[in-house]
Design a protein around this ligand. Structure first.
Ligand code: GPU
Length: 824
């Protein structure tokens, strides 16, 4: 019997229904009672109640996509930094208020329950968080999409600070179960590894390659429903967990090798055990290559299975139905994997397979840093993926002979540069080159970055394929990064410009006309003040440090990297401290400098910088002479849920990378959207932020991209700046003393060394004076409350461009050519 389709309206719960559902789940799903339940049980019961709504919509979405046989985007990413999902899902289902009231009647506070949820930290930083914002926007805009990634048992390490130093502890986000994920045993895949390749005669008499795998690994999919804002589309994020496959261990087991079979099992499960914590550096480790292949192979098989269910072995529609986006080079091996499947398993000829493959893939580049451009040694590739190496050689040979040779006849230098294989003592596979050759589009993530990708990183490829290179400026979801994290400001905006802004962030432009309005300024700054007061408590709880909400909250939150220049912030704070010690009446508004940052465990200098920040904080925060004018706070364990508390409280947003090195940045967008003023270089998306807000509303400083290039070309000598600036010299010399590490002189000397003997590769000293001047400007602006309020309001109101919905629409228009699909 046909059941009548439920509309969104039919699905909507009222407060009493939701309350009843939560209590029912508390008893029947969690097995406890209202009297005994822990906050954690209440949180899980709430999630279970919400899931009833989610699953209904998920099923409707999947049925609709299947029936309409829509083209879909498959977003392959080694990282998805989802954070918490409870409040996000409630907001996107328009259930947040209802849930707050329902729990209120049960004597519970929704915000407290949300704090029970561990962050899902399956990513390192910006790249992983971007993937999370993008899948939110895809669902919100009703685009058929699947996110594919790895179900890491341990996400990014938990950071503890002991005596000022970073200690890494394992993250166990799902130790006690995660209510948002669903295991899908019916979609398990098996992935081959190692072994050798045999050439045999195929059915048609031609030669055929057969890969005899040395091992097989089982991939178990876990689905996280991704609820679009408005709750119409619920897509999935499918994360693969590795398990031992029955394939190999039975023989061993039967021979009495139970212990060996357990070792093989442990090895198989190691693949998805832990996220590599190196952000923007290439670890080059075998396990990492296996992780990449594992999730790509599972995903390609999953895509194939779904395609063949409808189209059988007719691949003529494949490229029309399937788009695959490679989030940086981490999933590059999906390209030779698709070729292998089409040629070896589906018996397509090479040219037909290549025509499909090339159309299906697109590649997003997220960095120009050479140490982040992945290269795998040929010998490792040959051992782990012998057939893929052959496929790569074939792709390369055809590319060099059919495209490079005709364009640059006899030019071996260009061939060597464009080849997928890097020759030398250790031959290497260059994943970036493979991506460009195997993709129909290549994009950078901000205007300036895309220009540099085209002109500096891949100029010859751009000459070969001028149409291939494009830009899609990054964005952030305004649902998480304004509506959910800053409810008071969201409420004010609802009153002033209406409630459409979470979907159409440009509507905030309507606020600009109130930027000079005294009453509005007061409302805006009162909200900022409330957010700062909330943060004051968090800081006290987490660090024991007392700070005043009267002060300017100046925030730098991002991974620790020399190119992001936390060291520039550090030496400037030291300079301020010196000025205050020299002159207790030094004229400045009280300032709190707040840092949040994890360093890669093997990145010694980055860890030393964290140590230096903490030692400086100890000294400054306890120095009565400076009358509380300066405070330094290092917030341990920076993560998405902490960002949601810091960003709404920011007065000043530190975006101080060396120009040309930060591909885009996305924290810059989030802070400006919440009314912070950017102190920043002309780098990445800062340029576009300043364009939108007006340069006069940002404190721009430092060398621009061209000036950085020409200073480097002239020969940069940091000593020139050291000797020319007595304050800078005094600050750097301070690192050699025991002023911040009593009794242990020289503990901070590595920082000075990197900036002088080390050559200061990121031009920290060159930008110091200009940075210091920009901070003086910030100080004078802040002391004029009306001026500050105006600038802060304009910043927030003009960030509409940085909605990740706009980014996704750009991907659709420039790359993916998808059609939105209405559900129900
Ligand atoms: N990014 Br590559 C990462 O977070 N991790 C990486 O491994 C690489 C890039 C960042 C960029 O540094 C940042 O500028 C950008 O906004 C972000 O990716 C998203 O595109």
């Amino acid at each position: 019997m046909a059941t009548k389709k439920k509309t969104d309206q039919d699905l909507q719960l009222d407060k009493d229904q939701l309350k009843a559902s939560i209590v029912r789940h508390l008893r029947s799903t969690l097995g406890t009672s209202e009297q005994k339940a822990s906050p954690e049980a209440w949180w899980k019961a709430t999630a279970a109640a919400v899931n009833e709504q989610v699953y209904e919509r998920l099923t409707r979405t999947q049925q609709t996509h299947f029936k309409k046989d829509t083209r879909a985007i498959h977003y392959l990413s080694a990282e998805f930094l989802m954070g918490r999902l409870t409040s996000n899902n409630l907001h996107n289902l328009s259930l947040y208020k209802t849930c707050e009231e329902a729990l209120g009647e049960l004597g519970l506070e929704l915000t407290d329950l949300c704090e029970q949820e561990p962050d899902m930290a399956l990513g390192n930083g910006g790249l992983g968080r971007l993937a999370a914002c993008f899948i939110d926007s895809l669902a919100t805009l009703n685009y058929p999409a699947v996110g594919y990634g790895i179900h890491y048992e341990h996400g990014l390490f938990r950071q503890e600070i002991q005596d000022g130093r970073q200690i890494e502890r394992p993250d166990s986000w799902r130790e006690y179960g995660n209510p948002w994920e669903i295991c899908r045993p019916e979609s398990v895949q098996e992935v081959p590894l190692y072994g050798y390749v045999e050439t045999v005669f195929g059915d048609n008499g031609g030669l055929k390659k057969v890969w005899h795998a040395g091992r097989k690994i089982k991939g178990v999919p876990w689905d996280i429903p991704v609820v679009g804002f408005g709750g119409h589309t619920v897509n999935i994020l499918r994360l693969w967990e590795s398990r031992a496959s029955e394939f190999f261990d039975w023989d061993v087991f039967n021979a009495g090798g139970y212990i060996d079979s357990q070792a093989e099992k442990a090895q198989a499960e190691t693949i998805s055990k832990v996220l590599y914590p190196n952000d923007e550096t290439d670890a080059g480790k075998e396990l990492r290559l296996i992780q990449q292949y594992f999730f790509c192979a599972c995903s390609i098989k999953d895509i194939m299975r779904r395609y063949k269910r409808v189209h059988g072995s007719d691949f003529s529609n494949f490229a029309a139905q399937i788009a695959i986006q490679l989030n940086d080079t981490h999933p590059t091996v999906a390209i030779p994997e698709l070729m292998r499947v089409l040629v070896d398993e589906e018996d397509l000829n090479w040219d037909t397979a290549w025509a499909i493959c090339y159309q299906v893939f697109s590649y997003t580049n997220h960095t120009l840093l050479p140490e982040a451009l992945e290269k795998w040694s040929v010998s490792l590739f040959e051992k782990v993926l012998p057939r893929h190496l052959e496929v790569i050689y074939e792709i390369n040979a055809r590319f060099l002979n059919e495209l490079v040779e005709p364009k640059w006849p006899g030019n071996d230098a260009i061939k060597a540069k464009l080849s997928i294989i890097e020759e030398g003592a250790v031959r290497k596979v260059r994943m970036g080159n493979l991506c460009v050759i195997g993709s129909s589009k290549v994009n950078g993530v901000a205007e300036i970055h895309s220009k540099l990708v085209k002109e500096d990183l891949f100029p010859e490829y751009a000459e070969l394929w001028p149409e291939k290179m494009c830009n899609v400026t990054n964005g952030v979801t305004p649902r998480r990064w304004l509506l959910a994290c800053n409810p008071e400001l969201a409420g004010l905006y609802n009153e002033v410009v209406g409630k459409e802004w979470p979907l159409q962030l440009d509507k905030l432009r309507g606020v600009v006309k109130f930027a000079d309005d005294k009453a509005f300024q007061q409302q805006f700054m009162t909200i900022k003040r409330h957010n700062k007061e909330k943060l004051v408590k968090v800081i006290k709880d987490e660090t024991g440090i007392d700070v005043s909400a009267e002060a300017i909250f100046d925030i730098q939150i991002k991974r620790l990297h020399e190119y992001k220049r936390q060291q520039l912030n550090l030496i400037h704070i030291m300079a301020l401290y010196r000025r205050l010690l020299a002159n207790p009446d030094y004229d400045m508004h009280p300032r709190v400098f707040i840092f949040g940052s994890k360093a890669a465990p093997g990145y010694k200098l980055a860890k030393d910088i964290i140590y230096a920040i903490n030692k400086l904080a100890d000294r400054v925060n306890n120095d009565a002479r400076i009358q509380g004018k300066l405070k330094v706070v290092f917030m341990p364990n920076y993560r998405v849920s902490l960002a949601e508390k810091l960003i709404p409280a920011a007065d000043v947003s530190e975006q101080i990378s060396t120009a040309g090195y930060e591909a885009s940045g996305t924290g810059n967008m989030k802070m400006a959207l919440n009314g912070a003023i950017t102190i920043g270089t002309l780098d990445g998306a800062n340029i576009e932020i300043a364009e939108e807000a007006g340069a006069e509303n940002c404190a721009i400083f430092g060398l621009n991209v061209d000036e950085v290039k020409s200073l480097k070309a002239r020969g940069y000598n940091p000593y020139d700046f050291y000797y020319a600036n007595s304050e800078l010299k005094a600050v750097l010399d301070w690192f050699d003393t025991d002023y911040f590490t009593p009794g242990r002189p020289g503990e901070l000397a590595s920082i000075k060394r990197s900036l002088l003997e080390g050559g200061d590769p990121y031009l920290t000293l060159a930008d110091f004076q200009s940075y210091s001047d920009a901070h003086k400007l910030i100080d004078t602006w802040y002391r004029d409350p009306a001026l500050w309020a105006k600038k802060a309001i304009i910043n927030s109101a003009t960030m509409g461009k940085f909605n990740s919905d706009r980014s996704i629409q750009d991907y659709v228009d420039r790359i993916w050519a998808l059609k939105a699909c209405n559900i129900g």
